[in-house]
Design a protein around this ligand. Structure first.
Ligand code: GLN
Length: 548
């Protein structure tokens, strides 16, 4: 029988509910329990696949091809497990299910209402993963307590708290305890109010996790406990951390896992084994070298738009004992005149995924710079497509080569819409999504990276390399080193005469975790490290030369 932990949030958004949920899950997993996490989002979209990054940050894709909230990325990165379609549910999906059932006549003439029909569907989905052999299912509720749209979810939690045995259900509420500089004091009132709001909606939290910039004094803890109706040891301090990967250890210090184990009356658990996690953190915190890697994209101002890429660099940096300093470069502002200045100090270049015309010419210029200067390059999805276009234009001299996504009239459509996409008109969930196998060419750079000829990676795209051009690319030095075994679709391209130049149609960043850093990122960072070392060595050499 699974036990259920619900994580709600109060006071404000962006407190890091996803990280707290993932950290708690990590601690319970480290104690030998089988844990999964799911996220319930209160918006009406069926999934975040149709939302643009300005609205919602990165869209994370699971193995089974679900387009999901970026918190699922944190869950996978922390727990080293795969999530699935079932791990992310929105209001839209709940209503869609209920309305479809109504059309089928499943409600036998009853009036269909928020309570019980919508809440029943929410509860059904909340309990679903509990039937798959997990000891603990953690459910993170998106949004903030008090929002109109999160009410049915809170109501469903209330009902489950009432229906399930006491020791099978626990509610963790995350709030903010702000520090007022003028008063030189931490303030508990917002927390009191948000817990009051939650109680008015019928849910009494068992544990309060307080985000704070300053340590909570015993007095503050006692006050929160008293006014929020929890025991003092159930008031948990979550101080700002230098990296999200420190949060599980901070939560362990605060005994969050122990409190949950006690309340849930869990009998079989071990002492937490976080050896590998701590090893990773040590490497992360005490790097021996540093590289500057340019991230070329058009959502550069957004922290969350390239979340998985940034985290993959953190994992790969730790393996290489190297601090990866990611320099965000806006593709829209790269021009032929400034490209040398903008990219001249880099040790590596990553051209990001994306959609649409904006910023693509800047990306192509950046690729050209990397190709001509031997700068380690990794192109992901649209980034790979840009490297193909650059090569076609500047090496194959197909001057107007393009992707039909940007220019439907190009005479050289080196990137073209996939055949199966041509008849698709509806937008949600219709790209080529999720895991597909890929054969890697023996002897290629990609083969060196993966050490195997058969891999599987996740996708999210509609366009592909146009195989009609493949032979002229390969004759001129850009080879297809990875292809889909069934369709022949080009998954990896690389340059033969370049230290590290790889473009991938898939998204390696979606499969990098703390315990299994992605080999492509690990090798890319290593190549950047080598590039930096060579650069420093030749600088030294020139300096010595000058001295003579
Ligand atoms: N827009 C491109 C395509 O659909 C690339 C997508 C991506 O970068 N995820 O093929």
């Amino acid at each position: 029988m699974a036990k259920y932990i619900f994580v709600t949030g109060g006071v404000t958004s962006s407190l890091g509910k996803g990280i707290i949920s993932a950290s708690l899950a990590k601690l319970l997993q480290a104690r030998g329990l089988k844990v999964t996490i799911q996220k319930f989002d209160p918006y009406i979209n069926i999934d975040p696949g149709t939302l643009n990054p300005y609205e919602h940050g990165e869209c994370y894709v699971t193995e089974d091809g679900a387009e999901t909230d970026l918190d699922l990325g944190h869950y996978e990165r922390f727990l080293n497990i795969f999530t699935s379609q079932a791990n992310n549910v929105t209001t839209g999906r709940i209503y869609q299910t209920v309305i479809n059932k109504e059309r089928e006549g499943a409600y036998l003439g009853k009036t269909v209402q928020v309570i019980p029909h919508i809440t029943d569907e929410i509860k059904r989905r909340m309990l679903l993963l509990g039937k798959e052999g997990f000891d603990i299912v953690i459910t993170e509720l998106g949004g903030t307590v008090g929002d109109i749209e999160s009410l049915p979810f809170i109501e469903a939690v209330r009902q489950l708290q009432w229906e399930l045995p006491d020791e099978d259900c626990l509610v963790v509420h995350l709030t903010l305890v702000p520090y007022l500089k003028a008063a030189k004091e931490l303030k508990t009132k917002p927390t009191q109010h948000s817990v009051k709001l939650l109680s008015q909606e019928g849910v009494n939290p068992d544990v309060i996790v307080c985000r704070t910039e300053r340590p909570l004094t015993p007095e503050i803890r006692r006050k929160i406990a008293l006014f929020c109706n929890v025991k003092t040891d159930a008031v948990i301090e979550s101080a700002d951390a230098s990296t999200i990967y420190e949060v599980p250890l901070n939560m362990m210090r605060e005994k969050l896992d122990q409190i949950c184990i006690k309340k849930l009356a869990i009998q079989n658990y071990n002492e937490p084994d976080l050896g590998r996690w701590k090893e990773f953190l040590d490497k992360l915190k005490y790097p021996k070298s540093k590289v500057n890697i340019g991230l070329i994209g058009k959502y550069i101002e957004l922290q969350d738009a390239y979340k998985s890429i940034l985290e993959s660099f953190v994992h790969a940096g730790a393996v290489n004992e190297c601090n990866v300093n990611v320099i965000n470069i806006h593709s829209e502002f790269i021009s032929a005149e400034n490209v040398n200045d903008k990219l001249g100090t880099l040790d590596g270049l990553l051209v990001a995924p994306g959609f649409g015309l904006r910023g693509t010419e800047g990306k192509i210029l950046a690729v050209k710079y990397a190709r001509e200067n031997g700068l380690p390059f990794l192109g992901i999805c649209l980034g790979m497509q840009m490297s193909v276009i650059e090569f076609a234009r500047n090496v194959l001299h197909l001057k107007d080569a393009h992707s039909t996504e940007m220019d439907s009239n190009t005479t050289h459509a080196v990137i073209d819409l996939m055949e199966e996409q041509k008849k698709i008109t509806s937008k949600g969930g219709t790209m080529r999504l999720g895991a597909y196998p890929c054969d890697v060419k023996e002897g290629s750079r990609a083969y060196q990276v993966y050490g195997t000829t058969s891999i599987s990676e996740r996708h999210r795209h509609r366009w592909e390399f146009n195989n009609a051009y493949l032979s002229s690319f390969e004759e001129n030095g850009m080879i297809a080193s990875g292809r889909n075994p069934g369709s022949g679709l080009v998954e990896i391209i690389e340059l033969a005469n370049h230290p590290f130049f790889i473009g991938v149609q898939y998204h390696p960043e979606l499969k990098s975790t703390v315990e299994t850093p992605h080999p492509l990122f690990v090798s890319f960072v290593k190549a950047a490290k080598d590039f930096a070392e060579d650069k420093n060595a030749s600088k030294k050499h020139t300096l010595q030369g000058e001295m003579i």
